[in-house]
Design a protein around this ligand. Structure first.
Ligand SMILES: Cc1ncc(COP(=O)(O)O)c(C=O)c1O
Length: 465
């Protein structure tokens, strides 16, 4: 993070000492909002050279501001402006014109939101220029998605995921959660009131919420460092219609399901007559070994595979895909036709253009470089505090902690403007493991440096003192 520049002059005629003058100026600038919380101050060496004063003057001023709680001295990182609630103002002051009344920015380490450039890339503009070059589609489109996009997606899955499929088995969705919704609709047996969905616990909250809204019963399955514990699938008193899993990077605990367990899962589905819903939400991001082959490749007739652009291009785009056995694809597309649920054609055209021109691959490579570097920083900063899970993949890492400690750390970070979830947030029934989830996808470099230093301080205070 680059330090901010300070426009401060020292008045030699002032009767106050130089450190007092300097501290007064910086304090006032923080208090009136000129200097933003979480910014890094110049080093003592740089500021003393700028002002033409001895380094000890700046050191003394900074020490005073640390003691008063205006700034934080972070070992090896520098001096940062703290989030200070503003003093209650008199009725005479106008809040609308007062810079100090602006809400200080919060930094979110929420997992799952990807980094996006501040300005539209040339590739993104070109894709939409292509779309703008065709007239608006007048009629309702193919409810499975355009043949062109389905063909490109099948090709992508073959080369990137080793999943051998074709356009006829692909359905375009508005994202993974829509894919799950379509799958639940197709898998609910007619004339049966009770459908059971096995779900990872901890697991993806939206998947559980959706299943409940659709009237499914949820059977919680524990996860360990290898992901969903397959032996527990047989513990349901009722027939389980389907199991929803995130085998390539368990969400949120980060486990990678090894090949032996994938085979056991495929075996269980065959024996029990159940379906596997495989959510492959972030497999584009691997920083060491390539991801394991999909469960869908091991068991194509028993798996509904879900993919999304939410972790690559952006969660607001609302585009994804599903690969399923033909009977399920037919059921889904006919329901979509009947209910008028058609994917947007312009969005599909834009995605087709990005895949066709190699821009999707380029965007993924750029993001992968950034996340790889952040994954390393997070690992280096946090490994001394305990077991890390999910390292080397995706957009988040988990530090396993006792649940109470995890909550304390999250509370201390929140007081410094850094929000991060605990594992408890994604846990439906009590599990032995707690922890904090460190999502590093969406924030800028400055915020990332600051958030990690706040987190390290909070962990030191909680665990090492
Ligand atoms: C496990 C998991 N699957 C899928 C998604 C993305 O879903 P969608 O494609 O509906 O945006 C997320 C987003 O946070 C997720 O955590």
């Amino acid at each position: 993070m680059l330090p901010i520049s300070l426009s401060i002059t020292i008045d030699r005629a002032d009767t106050r000492t130089l450190p007092v003058q300097l501290a007064d100026r910086i304090r006032a600038a923080i208090d009136n909002g000129e200097l933003r919380p979480q910014s890094r101050l110049p080093s003592t060496r740089a500021l003393s050279a700028d002002l033409g004063v001895a380094r000890a003057v700046v050191e003394k001023a900074y020490e005073q501001l640390v003691a008063e709680g205006w700034i934080d001295a972070r070992r090896g990182s520098g001096n940062y402006i703290r989030l200070v609630p503003h003093a209650v103002r008199s009725a005479a002051s106008s809040p609308s014109t007062d810079a100090a009344s602006a809400t200080p920015p919060r930094i979110s380490l929420r997992p799952g939101i990807p980094w996006t450039p501040l300005r539209a890339s040339e590739a993104w503009r070109r894709a939409w220029r292509d779309v703008g070059g065709s007239p608006p589609p007048g009629d309702y489109p193919d409810s499975a998605g355009t043949l062109e996009l389905r063909t490109h997606v099948a090709d992508l899955l073959r080369r990137a995921r080793g999943l051998h499929t074709d356009a006829a088995s692909v359905v375009i969705t508005t994202g993974s959660i829509h894919g799950l919704d379509l799958a639940l609709g197709a898998l609910a047996k007619p004339n049966t009131t009770e459908h059971v969905l096995a779900l990872e616990n901890p697991g993806y909250r939206s998947a559980a919420a959706l299943a409940k809204h659709r009237g499914w019963s949820i059977h919680d399955i524990p996860v360990d460092r290898d992901g969903l514990v397959v032996e527990h699938l047989d513990s349901s008193p009722q027939q389980t219609a389907a199991v929803y899993v995130t085998p390539s990077h368990q969400y949120p605990t980060g486990g990678f399901m090894p090949i032996g367990r994938r085979r056991a899962l495929a075996d269980w589905a065959r024996r029990s007559g159940s379906m596997i819903i495989e959510d492959d939400y972030d497999s584009e991001f691997r920083y060491g070994a390539a991801p394991l082959p999909t469960v869908a490749e091991l068991s194509p007739d028993r798996t509904v595979y879900l993919g999304t652009v939410s972790k690559t291009l952006g969660a607001g785009i609302r585009l994804g895909w599903m690969v399923a056995p033909q009977s399920i694809v037919d059921r889904i597309t006919s329901t979509r036709r009947e209910t008028g649920d058609h994917p947007s054609v312009p969005l599909q055209q834009a995605m087709t253009s990005m895949l066709r021109d190699g821009e999707w691959d380029r965007a993924v490579r750029t993001a992968r470089r950034l996340y790889r570097a952040r994954d390393r920083v997070v690992t280096a900063a946090l490994s001394k505090f305990g077991e890390l899970s999910g390292v080397g993949a995706g957009l988040h890492t988990v530090l396993v902690l006792e649940a109470g400690a995890a909550q304390n750390v999250a509370t201390v970070c929140a007081a410094s403007g850094v929000d991060l979830p605990t594992l408890e947030h994604s846990t439906r029934s009590s599990t032995a493991r707690g922890g904090i989830v460190v999502g590093y996808g969406s924030i800028g470099d400055d915020e990332f440096d600051y958030a990690i230093s706040v987190l390290v301080d909070a962990l030191e205070a909680e665990l090492l003192n």
